[in-house]
Design a protein. Structure first.
Lengths: 264, 657, 316
């Protein structure tokens, strides 16, 4: 399990320095630096193709940047594997929902507990002794998340059958089950109706309040971003063009140009 | 229960003490929390309620104060009612899904001093209107989530109040005695609860019910249906509705059975199955929803399953109700029905959580005969009742062997019914209300000089003594030609089609009848999926030409049925349209109990009503809508109007006059 | 002719019910073994998307190792445990040498890799244990020997005790696997990986670890299959042809479904024995070897996703 963070609110949890990422000749991210402070909600915004999702993939180890460094909880990382990122307390959700579609809501969230479960293969095989006690304890934790996200009614439904808005909620639940210190949310409200968006906003704020989780999120709905986030970093064509509080960013000329430039 | 003791059991707190004494170990309440059923015995319930009541007294609650109860069915909210009543205060349950504005009206009108609510959502609503609530001293909540950062000067968790009460009992030996004295001071003439009726017209009214009358009424029906402490209910009806307060709260306290609170409103079906409820109430639309879901699943089922289902539904249709009513049935048919039960009816009932139901009631709206028969034919003892808040629910109800779809049964024991000259149903019942809170004029208006209550419904008695309700008395109207026109009668016929969720008929003083329709998104959406009809929104599906054609077929069928009824034959639907949005209680178009508010709708969609009568093919409409958080938005649409096929009246053409 | 095809076989079945029961039993036992092989395929296919051509060879290899070790003087039970160890080493080696370097390569490359793996295992097996057929050490392992006779419907049915043991052991193993998949952390992780690699990675599941586990599980299944099949005939490289029978079973049951593998195996097993016994004489016998593929082919046309496979839906 990840050692509990000794950071106090406001300290820098994650620092991205001069990161560049290329796929062949295509530059996804160019020389981007920013940081995420413990306990804040940090939004990453920008027009389509700005490199926002690539940035999240770099942070949780799906992609390895060619240049630059990432410092997480004081340790500067070289090449990071998703497994290591997860075990150090980084959880995430995906833009297009990546769930285990054949499994129930309950099982999906239980899978989020994988790293927290310790009993060895032997007990697992016999499903007895320590494995059983552990299973019960973790089930309780998962039930609290189900209660938190108000998804009791879909506990046993295979998630593939759920409407999109609920799938997004289950995915958040699975990430929460990891008891993350840093939660990466890739467009948590994409494709939701107004009511679902409001619910999701409430859940995100509650997560921050109740668990003190640090959250980095990508979102297109500017209203949501401005309401939720403490600080915003703006990317365009893989470069950082602005960084600051929502109000500062809103007033920034480069940001206005970027958004007007792609306005449809 | 022994007669001597019951003589003084004239308030609910006394009944609670009685249950805790006579069946302390029996389960009194259950709640599914974190996936597990938590149980409280009657002794546990009484202990918690006593501590709670003392905690409330410590906060300054006094006899006669009003306490608002807002939220889903939760043990702590039921305890809030019991605790308030123990002190002699009056609980005022409020619909949990009311928007802040509606809630403010009730809380202000009822002059509530405390509010016991479920969660942050309700706390937020109250705080948003707290400047209007002069009397409100404290808000207590059940779930602490999201409330940590709130100012707790006038806000506290219910759990803490109970803990305070427990501490008081330990610290002060007199505390228990003080509470006993308060409970003993209560008597049958006390106002036990104020239930605000959602009101099909205008502002809601606070119906005051007295403890003694509530108990008298509940005792009658407990005896009527043979309810015991072995029964089980799942409490999922709104707390503010008379149905919940009667069927769950009052009857549980009298009979000593267990109130099971579901995990969340959405899990009701599964929870019902788990607790094995034996006594169930559901409004027709809930049964309709169940049937629709089953039919949809059957469409997707394998060939064999579909065949089996349809074959055995045929068997059930033929014999099911006869078997249920204990009529003679050939042995072979009985055997076949038993096989059907094994293969089809049993599993179906299980899926719907109805396996163990011994007595089932429906009321609130007319139920479609097909729908009603479906559930009875698979062996559910479903009956109808007719009642209203002012009666503390029951006015009539059907006996086990006297069930029919088009009537609501004879008068409930000790209820007197009279039909006024204009056809209005009047009654005098053991549970009838004391009056409307702070509204003696309305009270006087509703009562006849000799103490009968006016229901506002028009009806008549059938030959077998069962009451048949036609419509709201003031809604029974006439067309310009003088032909009888009952909008509700027509609307109900339309709503029996699964594709039609809501209907609103117009025609008073006009040349012909027209109507608005709402499609049922589940049923029509499923149809669209099966027929590769793509749609992006409710509005788009509602305006689809093929959907119009389907509904035109339904309207024509209703016209055909009307043509066969001499009284109604001239009130056929000539033109209709499908509304671009679902009628919604949040927009004031439905009452909180989901009844259409016809007048309001006619005003709001005036342009559309005009279009129905002036012969136009299309009409523009833009309406303001309210979102859940109280924000407003505008929906604009162009709605098509369609002519319906009218059928010449069967038999005698000049039937109307 | 039509009479011979459509009616006569059923007349025979009804005329000699004891023979019919005997045939069904034979088919059932064969079916159980087919199901086991298919199960090995399904496990690996679900978790890694690899169609493991080497599964049949793993069966032979496991059986050979067991018998070979015993021949070298290792006691039967110790040999069994050692063989399990060898299967574990094989799983680790496959993950290290084959799967890890080829990650994110097209499926066909991975398939070809397992093809190569087959020949490596054959070579390895021949090199260590020699190429001649061997006798399975069923007795030493404590498996029951001999036959039982039952009076059935006026006739006698002969049942090999080893077959009963095979059916029982196979059922137990399948039940254990099902429980393991459904209710344990690792089982859940296995299902998760089968569903979405990306999501499994994000919650900290290590794909490498999972691959080792499924290949090991497939190895255990292979060992049990090898023992049972070897006990009925010889342990030789010829055994690997039965792996081909797994293909029709998988087509019938669906490549991703464990219940499908079981039901498919039973259908094929019983189907081919019935066909051989009652319809075989019409064409001079020997149809046992190909009738399974005919059944599969017909099924492929009617229900391409198999009995229990994930439904293939293409939405517009």
């Amino acid at each position: 399990m990840a050692e509990t963070s000794t950071l106090s609110p406001g300290e820098i949890m994650l620092k991205v320095e001069n990161v560049s990422l290329r796929f062949g000749g295509v530059k996804a991210i160019t020389d981007v630096s920013f940081d995420i402070q413990k306990g804040e909600i940090r939004a990453i915004i920008g027009p389509n193709g700005a490199g926002k999702t690539s940035m999240l993939n770099v942070i949780n180890g799906f992609y390895h940047p060619q240049d630059g460094t990432i410092t997480y909880k004081g340790a500067t990382r070289a090449k990071m594997k998703p497994y290591v990122a997860a075990s150090q307390g980084i959880a995430r959700t995906f833009q297009n929902v990546a769930l285990f579609k054949g499994m129930s809501t309950l099982d999906n969230i239980m899978v989020g507990r994988t790293l927290k479960m310790k009993s060895n293969f032997f007990w697992q095989v016999f499903r007895h002794g320590p494995a059983m006690t552990e299973e019960i304890a973790h089930r309780r934790h998962v039930e609290e998340i189900i209660d938190f996200l108000e998804i009791e009614h879909i506990r046993k439904v295979p998630v593939g059958k759920l409407p999109y808005g609920l799938q997004k909620r289950v995915e958040l639940g699975r990430a929460l089950a990891m008891e993350p210190e840093l939660l990466l949310l890739d467009e948590p409200m994409a494709g939701m109706n107004l009511e679902e968006k409001e619910d999701m906003c409430r859940f995100i704020l509650d997560v921050k309040e109740q668990y003190g989780t640090t959250i980095a999120l990508i979102e297109h709905d500017m209203g949501v971003v401005m309401d939720l986030s403490d600080r915003v970093v703006v990317l365009e064509y893989g470069r950082k063009i602005a960084d600051g509080t929502p109000d500062e960013v809103k007033a920034n000329q480069a940001v206005i140009d970027a958004y007007l430039g792609v306005a449809h | 229960m022994d007669r001597d003791a019951s003589a003084v059991l004239d308030t609910f707190p006394k009944w609670l003490a009685h249950q805790a004494r006579s069946r302390p170990e029996r389960p009194g309440m259950r709640h599914k929390d974190l996936g597990i059923w938590t149980e409280w015995s009657w002794a546990d319930v009484a202990r918690n309620v006593r501590a709670y009541a003392l905690g409330l007294m410590a906060h300054g609650l006094q006899r006669g104060d009003k306490v608002a109860i807002i939220g889903n069915n939760r043990p702590k909210l039921y305890w809030s009612m019991m605790a308030a009543q123990s002190v002699g205060a009056i609980p005022v349950p409020v619909y949990a899904d009311s928007v802040a504005e509606e809630m403010a009206y009730v809380l202000e009108h009822a002059e509530v001093k405390f509010a016991c609510v479920q969660d942050q959502e309700q706390v937020d609503k109250i705080l948003s209107v707290s400047d209007r609530l002069q009397n409100l001293a404290f808000v207590f909540y059940d779930e602490p989530r999201g409330l940590r950062a709130y100012d707790h000067a006038r806000l506290q968790a219910i759990g803490e109040v109970i803990a305070q009460g427990e501490a008081l009992i330990l610290a002060d030996p007199e505390a228990n005695r003080r509470l006993d004295a308060e409970i003993a001071r209560g008597n049958g003439d006390d106002i036990s609860v104020i239930l605000y009726t959602s009101g099909t017209t205008g502002r809601s009214k606070g119906v005051m019910l007295s403890a003694g009358r509530c108990i008298a009424a509940a005792r009658d029906t407990v005896a009527f249906d043979g309810i015991t402490d072995r029964d089980n209910v799942l409490a999922y009806l709104p707390l503010a509705w008379v149905g919940d307060h009667y069927l769950n709260y009052a009857q549980a306290l009298i009979a000593g059975f267990c109130i099971n609170c579901p995990e969340s409103p959405e899990t009701a079906v599964e929870d019902r199955r788990e607790v094995g409820n034996t006594y169930a109430f559901a409004p027709p639309r809930v049964f309709e929803g169940m049937l629709t879901r089953i039919m949809i699943r059957m469409e997707d089922a394998s060939w064999l399953k579909r065949k089996l289902f349809h074959y055995y539904m045929g068997v059930a249709k033929k014999w099911g109700e006869k078997i249920l009513d204990g009529k003679p049935v050939p042995a072979l048919a009985r055997l076949n029905y038993a096989i059907g039960h094994l293969l089809v009816y049993g599993p179906l009932k299980n899926v719907m959580g109805l396996t163990t139901v011994r007595v089932g009631y429906t009321a609130g709206e007319a139920i479609g005969p097909e729908l009603f028969s479906f559930f009875r034919s698979i062996g559910l003892n479903l009956k109808q009742l007719y009642g209203q808040t002012e009666a503390f629910l029951f006015v009539t109800c059907q006996k086990d062997d006297g069930v029919r779809a088009d009537c609501v049964g004879p008068a409930t024991p000790n209820v007197e019914i009279r039909i006024a000259d204009d056809g209005e149903v009047l009654y005098k019942s053991p549970g009838q209300f004391v009056g409307y809170f702070k509204d003696p004029d309305k009270t006087a208006e509703t009562m006849t000089p000799d103490g009968f209550v006016k229901t506002g419904d028009a009806g008549f008695f059938e030959k077998d003594g069962q009451l048949r309700i036609i419509d709201r008395a003031k809604d029974v109207g006439r067309l310009r030609s003088g032909a009888l026109f009952s909008p509700k009668y027509i609307e109900n016929k339309l709503k029996f089609f699964p594709n039609i969720r809501e209907a609103v008929a117009f025609g008073q003083g006009e040349d012909f009848v027209t109507c608005f329709l709402n499609i049922d998104i589940t049923a029509v959406g499923n149809w669209a999926e099966r027929n590769n009809v793509s749609y992006g929104s409710y509005q788009e599906l509602a305006g689809h030409p093929q959907v119009y054609d389907i509904l035109a077929g339904h309207v024509a069928e209703v016209n055909r049925q009307l043509a066969e009824e001499p009284l109604m034959a001239n009130a056929q639907i000539h033109r209709f349209l499908i509304l671009h949005k679902e009628l919604d209680a949040d927009d004031g178009e439905l009452t909180r109990t989901q009844k259409v508010r016809r007048g309001f709708i006619a005003d709001r969609y005036g342009a559309l009503v005009t279009a129905l009568y002036d012969g136009s093919k299309e009409a523009n409409i833009s309406t303001e809508v309210t979102f859940e958080d109280g924000r407003k938005g505008v929906i604009a649409a162009r709605v098509k109007v369609m002519d319906a096929k009218v059928v010449p009246p069967v038999a005698l053409p000049q039937a109307a006059e | 002719m039509l009479y011979n095809v459509l009616i006569d076989p059923f007349v025979q079945m009804a005329g000699a019910p004891d023979l019919f029961v005997q045939t069904i039993w034979e088919g059932l036992v064969a079916g159980v073994l087919y199901a086991l092989i298919a199960l090995g395929f399904v496990l690996i296919f679900k978790a890694s998307g690899v169609f493991n051509f080497a599964q049949g060879m793993m069966v032979v290899f496991a059986a050979l190792t067991l018998v070979g070790l015993h021949e070298k003087g290792v006691p039967a039970w110790a040999a069994l445990l050692l063989t399990l160890g060898v299967m574990a080493i094989l799983a680790i080696a496959v993950e290290r040498v084959v799967l890890r370097p080829l990650v994110n390569q097209p499926d066909i490359i991975l398939f070809m890799a397992t093809f190569g793996l087959t020949f490596i295992i054959i070579g390895l097996g021949e090199f260590i244990f020699g190429g001649e057929p061997k006798q399975m050490i069923a007795e030493e392992l404590g498996l029951p020997q001999g036959t039982m006779r039952f009076d059935v419907l006026g006739g006698k049915v002969l049942i090999q005790k080893i077959d009963v043991a095979a059916a029982v052991i196979a059922s137990l193993m399948i039940a254990a696997l099902a429980l393991f998949f459904q209710y344990t952390r690792i089982g859940r992780a296995l299902r998760a990986v089968a569903d979405s690699h990306k999501a499994a990675l994000s919650v900290g599941i290590s794909l490498n670890q999972i691959w080792v586990i499924v290949w090991f599980a497939a190895g255990i299944v292979a060992l049990i299959t090898g023992i049972m099949w070897g006990a009925r005939s010889d342990v030789s490289f010829a055994l690997q042809v039965i792996a081909l029978k797994a293909l029709p079973v998988l087509i019938l049951g669906g490549f991703t479904s464990i219940p499908g593998a079981i039901v498919g195996g039973l259908i094929i097993g019983i189907g081919e024995k019935l066909a051989e016994f009652y319809w075989g004489p019409l064409v001079g016998g020997g149809i046992e070897n190909w009738v399974a593929f005919v059944i599969a082919l017909i099924f492929l046309m009617v229900r391409p996703q198999g009995l229990f496979g994930d439904k293939i839906i293409e939405r517009i």
